[in-house]
Design a protein around this ligand. Sequence first.
Ligand code: ATP
Ligand code: MG
Length: 414
Amino acid sequence: MARIETPRRVRGTQDIFGEEQRRFARVVDAFEKVRRLYCFQQVQVPVFEATNVFARSMGETSDVVSKEMYTFPDRGDELLTLRPEFTAGICRAYITEGWQQYAPLKLATHGPVFRYERPQKGRYRQFHQIDAEIIGAAEPQADVELLAFADQLLHELGIAEGVTLQLNTLGDAQTREAWRAALVAHFEQHRGELSEDSLTRLEKNPMRILDSKDPRDRPIADAAPDIDAYLTSEAGAFFESVTRGLDAAGVAWTRNARLVRGLDYYRHTAFEFVTGRLGAQGTVLAGGRYDGLIGNLGGAETPGVGWAAGIERLGMLAEAPAAERPDIAVVVERAGYEAQGLALLARLRRAGLSAELFASGSPKKRYDKAVKAEPSEIISIDVRDDAPTVNRRTLRDGANAAAIDTALAGFTIA
Ligand code: ATP
Ligand code: MG
C-alpha cells in the first residue's frame, strides 16, 4: 500500500501556539493600547501588491527587492509580490484611494510580511510586523511623535531597559548628494579591500556600504566620512528639532552616525531600536522619514515618516504572559444532570464570565480535572440526600463573586 507522505511546514514559516502565541498577543495588545493613546487610526492593506509598488519605492538595488521578495505571476500573468513591508502598500493606497484629503494621516497596522531570507532564530520567511506611519506631515514634530510612540510601546512591554534608540540624519537631497560624493571618493580609495557586494553598492548606492555586515567592509565603512560636515543648514536644523523634541518628550536616544538603513526612500531622520539580547538579530524596531517615496510611486510629492517592528522579536524580549485560566469551572458530578450544567454554563458566559464545562468522562474524575484548570471558582452540580445541589468553592481570588451571584440569581435545578 502506498504511504501518504506527511505534509511539512514550509521553511521559514511558523506555527505560533502556546507560550509563543501569548507573547505574540501581548505585543499586539500593547501596540493597540499605545496606538489609541497616540490617536493613530487602524488601517488594513493587501497582503500582495503589483511588484512595482515595492520595487519603485524600496529601490531595485535594495537587499529586499533584489534578493528577498516573494514574486510570482498570477493566473492573469500580472506580476505580484507578497508584501515584504507595509510602508510601500500604505503609500500606494494613499495615492490610489485619495487619502490626501485626510492628511496629515496617522496610521497603524499589523500583520504578516514575507521575505526570502536564510531562516534562523528571530529571522523567518513569513514573520509579522506592527507598523506606524504619519503621512503628509513635513514637520520634525511628526518624527518626535512616532519615536515617542515606539518608546512608550517598549516601556509598555517592559523591555525598554537594554534597548537603545540609535538615531541619525540622512539629510536632504543637497546634503545627500555632497555626502554621497565624499563617500564614493573614500570607497574608491579602498576598492581592492571591499567585498563583491559592496563593489556593486559602490556603483549603485554607496551609502549602503556603511550598513554592510561583511567583516571586510567594516573597517572601511567605519572610517568613512560622517554626514555632519555636509549637512545643509536646513537639514541640520531639522535634525536638531527632532533631538530637542525627543529630549523634551523624555525619550532617550544616542547618535549613530553610521546608521543608514537599507532602503532608498529615507530622508532626514533614520533610526533603529537595538538590543544586545537577540544576538545578530538585534534590531527590534526601525524606520525613518521617507519624503521621496510617494513621489517615486507617481503620487504628488508628500512627506512621510514611519516605523515597523518584528512582533516575534519584541515577543522574545518581553516576559511571557501566563496561560489563560477560566473564571469558572462548571462540574457535573452526577450523570443525568448534563443539561443543567449546560444551562449554568450559558448563564455564566452570557454574564461575561469565562467558563469551562467538565461533564464528560468518569464522574469521579471530573472535579479533579476542573481543579487542574485553575479556575477562580468551581461550581459543581451534585445530588446529595436525593436532592440536586449547586455547590460553590473559591480557589483563587474572589474578584468575580458579585458577577457570579448575579449570574446564578434565580438558577434552580429541576
Ligand atoms: P535586519 O537587519 O534584521 O534584516 P531589516 O533592516 O531588514 O532587519 P526592517 O526592514 O527595518 O528590518 O523591518 C523592521 C523590523 O522587522 C526589524 O527591525 C525586525 O524586528 C523585523 N524583521 C525584519 N526581518 C525579519 C525577519 N526575516 N524575521 C523576523 N523579523 C524580521
Ligand atoms: Mg533584513
